[in-house]
Ligand binder design. Sequence first.
Ligand SMILES: *Cc1c(COP(=O)(O)O)cnc(C)c1O
Length: 257
Amino acid sequence: MSGACAVAQLQRNPSQATLMTDGLDSNVIARNVRTVLDRIRQAAIRAGRRPDAIRLVAATKTVSPDRIRPAIEAGVRILGENRLQEALPKVTVLGSCDDVCWHFIGRLQRRKVKAVVGIFQMIHSVDSVELAVEINRRAEEAGLTQAVLLEVNIAGESSKGGFAPFELTDALAAVEGLLNLSVKGLMAVPPLTTEPECTRPYFRAVRDLAGSLADRGLGRARMDELSMGMSHDYEIAVEEGATLVRVGTAIFGARHA
Ligand SMILES: *Cc1c(COP(=O)(O)O)cnc(C)c1O
């Protein structure tokens, strides 16, 4: 059985992102949304969780507003974007927080924070104290409190950002005084494995980490939200405690051939 949990060779190259004009039609997108929502519900029930404790974030990088609309009509309420420049025109077209809210799920550069704060209801990808400080500063300027998740590099991958698990206690202490920042929980992007089931231990590790942080006392922070699970493993993530699953391909189809 050696190699059963090998890391998949599938490449995710965000620089290749282009707005997709072909691909799945509206009916297929709507049906995919209903399927994903149903599978989330079933996974929740299997795990003895309340289905309404899990929210779907449709990951819409490279997806045009015309193809996002049928997803919204089929029940998507949160859109996750990775890049500010790509998101802004979509926010203009699709609106913000009437029918649908936006979450920022990609790596965030400090110089983009000013524009991100106030548009995105939640930032999933806070990967340094410096970034948290900047978000807090911009949120204070804007007179609001920004909800964030701390990204944890749960598998210790050198290619990925995020806090190492052992850094989180200090990180929480460091952001405790940032009063315009509201830490809601953790986000993780585990390695993409050949078998979805191979990701389960990572999801469990994220949940256990959130639990042990909470046991040690969180101050103003919360560990209510766990953002984990993507197209190939969101059901397993739900079984392991995810409250936010970020699903792109299973709704909109492959991003590029
Ligand atoms: C693209 C993306 C997703 C969705 O990935 P799929 O495999 O297409 O479901 C989830 N999270 C992040 C951070 C992403 O960049």
